[in-house]
Design a protein around this ligand. Structure first.
Ligand code: ZN
Length: 382
């Protein structure tokens, strides 16, 4: 894709913006995009610093395959919290403060988008079923199940993405165990309790039901890993397993993988953090190798890798590695973008705002994120 077709795609998307949606929904022929949240909040030092990195595959292999943006920042705006849900919704909507408290008493940090997400724009612009827009989430963050669609007027639930997470799998599994009714009495009682607890924890996110394609995905996952929950990988390794399997079985055109485990540094020591970075780096390698080995994705896929937020770097702070105190380093992130149509071996050496990610992905895929406020990075196109 050259700049002219890039801009033409953008123009076409704009011109249909005011028209009825279904009349203009068209077949999607653009590149696949895999957005990787290098998440849980990471500092530049342990990720993109050439010598200090714990993510050598990211820094020494992937950065060279595309455009390296070493100075991405989260804007200093009143009320902007440098944290996980907030940063993720900045990435998905292309603007700040595009969320509201979803009103849960059970979980903090439960925000729902008040502006359209990339998933909704994509499914409005193109005729794509919900499982072609996928969000891969961590097992213990059901609050992020809210990110599949916003609560604004024009899009919403009909344009949502599908969600793959252990939370979702457990919902499927316990419902199946109850429906089959073949297990012994204690197992059935436990399944009912677990199912009720999952439903109670997140009444909004589990409606509507997942699509038949995703249900079939869980059916195969259960057949492979069984019911005991012990055999499947855990933590961010689970996200990699879900994401690589989803690539093979569901063929998503837009997929976001929400890695999160570096955040365990809140409760642990620094080695939990650096080990989690290495696990994400390994996951990246598996994702990229899966794409490179698959003719469906190999020559038609773009990776966008970027953190949700940074972390404090002042070693004198009482509790190091936090990210809620609005320090400079908590605002400092980065991005690596590579793949079909993207320049290779280039460092974009100027300050780029985090809000650029969503409109840039939109332009790469040929639609307009018209509520996004960030810049479109047209100079990354080869
Ligand atoms: Zn955190």
């Amino acid at each position: 894709m050259d700049r002219r077709t890039f801009n033409a795609g953008l123009g076409a998307a704009i011109s249909t913006g005011a028209m009825p949606k279904t009349l203009f929904a068209r077949e999607y022929n653009g590149p696949n995009v895999i957005l990787v949240r290098f998440g849980g909040g990471v500092r530049r030092l342990e990720t993109i610093d050439e010598t200090a990195t714990y993510a050598p595959y990211l820094r020494h292999v992937l950065a060279d395959r595309g455009v390296f943006i070493p100075d991405m920042t989260i804007a200093q705006i009143d009320g902007v919290n440098t944290s996980h849900a907030e940063g993720t919704l900045n990435l998905l909507t292309g603007r700040y403060l595009s969320y509201r408290d979803a009103g849960s008493k059970l979980l903090d940090d439960r925000l729902e988008p008040t502006e359209p997400t990339l998933f909704e724009y994509l499914r409005d612009a193109f005729d794509l079923p919900s499982h072609k827009a996928l969000l891969i989430n961590g097992e213990d963050r059901p609050q992020e199940e809210f990110f599949t669609y916003g609560v604004h007027d024009h899009y919403g639930i009909a344009y949502r993405s599908e969600m793959l997470s252990l939370h979702r799998f457990k919902l499927y599994k316990f419902a199946q165990i109850l429906a089959e009714g073949a297990a012994d009495e204690p197992t059935l009682v436990n399944a009912q309790e677990q199912f009720d607890a999952l439903m109670a924890s997140d009444p909004r996110a589990i409606t509507p039901d997942q699509s038949p394609e995703v249900t079939a995905f869980w059916q195969r996952w259960r057949a492979h890993f069984g019911d005991d929950g012990l055999k499947n990988p855990r933590g961010d390794r689970l996200l990699t397993a879900l994401a690589t399997r989803a690539l093979r079985e569901l063929r998503p055109r837009l997929m976001m993988v929400n890695y999160q485990d570096p955040d365990y540094v809140h409760w642990g020591n620094a080695s939990h953090y650096t080990r989690a970075i290495a696990v994400i780096d390994d996951g990246l390698q598996r994702l990229v190798e899966t794409v490179d080995a698959d003719p469906f994705y190999r020559d038609n896929t773009i990776f966008v890798i970027t953190p949700d937020c940074g972390r404090d770097e002042n070693p004198l702070m009482g509790v190091p590695f936090q990210h809620h105190f609005n320090s400079r380093a908590a605002h400092e992130t980065w991005a690596v973008i590579f793949g079909t149509g993207i320049e290779r071996g280039r460092t974009l050496d100027r300050r780029i705002d985090q809000s650029a990610i969503a409109p840039t992905i939109a332009a790469l895929m040929g639609f307009k994120a018209d509520r996004a406020e960030g810049d479109t990075l047209s100079e990354i196109i080869a």
